[in-house]
Design a protein around this ligand. Structure first.
Ligand code: SF4
Ligand code: SF4
Length: 455
């Protein structure tokens, strides 16, 4: 009689079709469990079991002890379990019960660059004194509420370093509030990097408690300087790279980490090798520097001519990883953490504050033409104690649960979270390249661990 209580493979178990052989003779296939972000190299029989059996059949000779180990790892689950429902419920609870209060703050609405693919409309102007006071008050009330363990600030723009004085002033007030409340404080900044220097980096790190800086470099010097031109003219690649390299040698900055993002489009997709060589040559192959390629995406502006088609982007991403690897640059091959809260727009414990003091839920609303009316109030008028007012994407977990998007049935849901509610609702599926190349990445993991593909 067939057994009905036999555990089945978790819907979040992804099994590569490729077999690898270690020089010792051991043959394995890579397995990635998106619900725990653990990667395994398992023997072929186990891989078959996790893939649902050879050709989808029911493998004979099952081993209960082995099955139990797979159950313990979450790779096999009870047949009746609603794993997607559990992931969505965990996301909903994480968004509701968050112990970190996040403020995404735009100290300046202006940018000193004029990138062709940017969807923002930049305006001169920084946060006014009144708005600064109101925002500092709001952060202070959150810090003292007893509701949070940490205040997390993300500086972005425009170009946030155009508002460096504002950033510094607000940071000082935020840090005092968190310290007085006895809770933690952390900050990161997303910047084009052109206005950084040693003095500002020290102020950012030591006074403003910024511990992570994300800069964008769009290729080796010539390509970057064309892709990301300064409005006043001239390039910036060499200067940015030199500042980062010097920062890595500065003992006063030894807690500061860097993320190097490359916006990849048709113009630079093939430049992974010279880019990685240039970064490594400058000394950025370092444990405190992580690189990643990001496909150009649509902010509502039309970048169709610039973007790399989805399937090709998945292959391009692997080519960039290989180039990073060849040159010793650090990068995240597979997700290392689940993403229960997909973004700021899906939790009322996060808010985006524009340079004019207006509050938004989504980072792609301030400064983006067509989103002018997406604000939810103003730091001066929203009650200082209140959570962010409800935004357009706070129903996200219910929407995913109800099948508004295909995410409920997707094996990547725990690590992807649905990617971007705004893009889904604009009719532009935001699935990351990971969806296309997850098994390629798993195979690269096996290669890195010293295994060779079995012919
Ligand atoms: S956005 Fe795409 S890849 Fe992410 S969970 Fe939804 S369907 Fe899956
Ligand atoms: S909805 Fe999309 S664009 Fe807006 S914050 Fe979330 S991920 Fe970013």
């Amino acid at each position: 009689m067939p057994r009905t209580d036999r555990p089945r493979p978790s819907r979040y178990t992804v099994v590569s079709a490729t077999s690898f052989r270690h020089p010792s003779g051991r043959v394995v296939r890579p397995v990635f469990h998106t619900a725990t972000t653990r990667v395994y190299l398992v023997d072929p029989a186990t891989a078959d079991r996790l893939a649902g059996g050879p050709a989808g059949g029911d493998p004979a000779g099952e081993d209960p002890a082995s099955d139990q180990r797979l159950v313990d790892a979450g790779l096999l689950v009870d047949a009746g379990r609603d794993e997607a429902g559990e992931v969505i419920a965990a996301g909903r609870a994480a968004a509701r019960d968050r112990r970190v209060r996040e403020f995404v703050v735009m100290p300046s609405a202006y940018c000193n660059m004029g990138c062709g693919y940017c969807g923002q409309a930049h305006e001169r102007g920084a946060v006014s004194g009144d708005h600064r006071a109101a925002l500092a008050h709001r952060v202070g009330r959150a810090a003292r509420s007893g509701r949070y363990d940490r205040i997390a600030v993300r500086w972005f723009g425009g170009e946030p370093m155009m508002g460096f004085a504002v950033l510094r002033d607000l940071s000082r007030r935020f840090v005092v509030s968190a310290d007085e409340a006895g809770i933690a404080y952390s900050a990161k900044i997303v910047t084009n990097g052109t206005l950084l220097d040693a003095r500002k980096l020290r102020a950012l790190h030591r006074e403003c408690r910024v511990d992570s800086i994300e800069v964008t470099l769009d290729g080796p010097a010539a390509a970057h300087d064309v892709s990301r031109p300064l409005k006043r003219g001239g390039g910036s690649f060499d200067r940015i790279v030199a500042v980062l390299a010097a920062a890595l040698r500065d003992p006063e900055l030894d807690g500061l980490r860097f993320v190097v993002r490359t916006n990849v489009g048709v113009h630079n997709a093939g430049l992974a090798e010279p880019f990685a060589a240039a970064l490594a040559g400058a000394g950025l192959a370092h444990d405190r520097v992580v690189c990643y390629p990001a496909p150009l995406h649509d902010w509502g502006n039309d970048v169709a001519d610039l973007a790399v088609p989805r399937r090709r982007m998945a292959d391009t991403e692997i080519a960039w990883f290989l180039a990073y690897q060849r040159h010793g640059l650090r990068f995240g091959l597979l997700p290392s953490a689940t993403r229960p809260v997909v973004c700021a727009a899906t939790t009322r414990h996060s808010e985006v504050v524009g340079a004019d003091g207006r509050i938004f839920s989504c980072t792609e609303q301030p400064l983006v033409p067509g989103q002018e009316k997406a604000d939810l109030g103003d730091v001066g008028t929203v009650a200082a104690d209140a959570l962010r007012p409800v935004g357009a994407f706070d129903d996200w977990y219910d929407a995913v649960d109800a099948g508004e998007t295909p995410c409920r049935g997707c094996a990547l849901l725990p690590v992807c979270g649905g990617a971007c509610p705004k893009l889904w609702r604009e009719g532009s599926p935001p699935c990351p390249s990971l969806r296309e190349n997850i098994t390629d990445r798993m195979d690269l993991y096996a290669l890195t661990a010293g295994y060779l593909p079995q012919r």
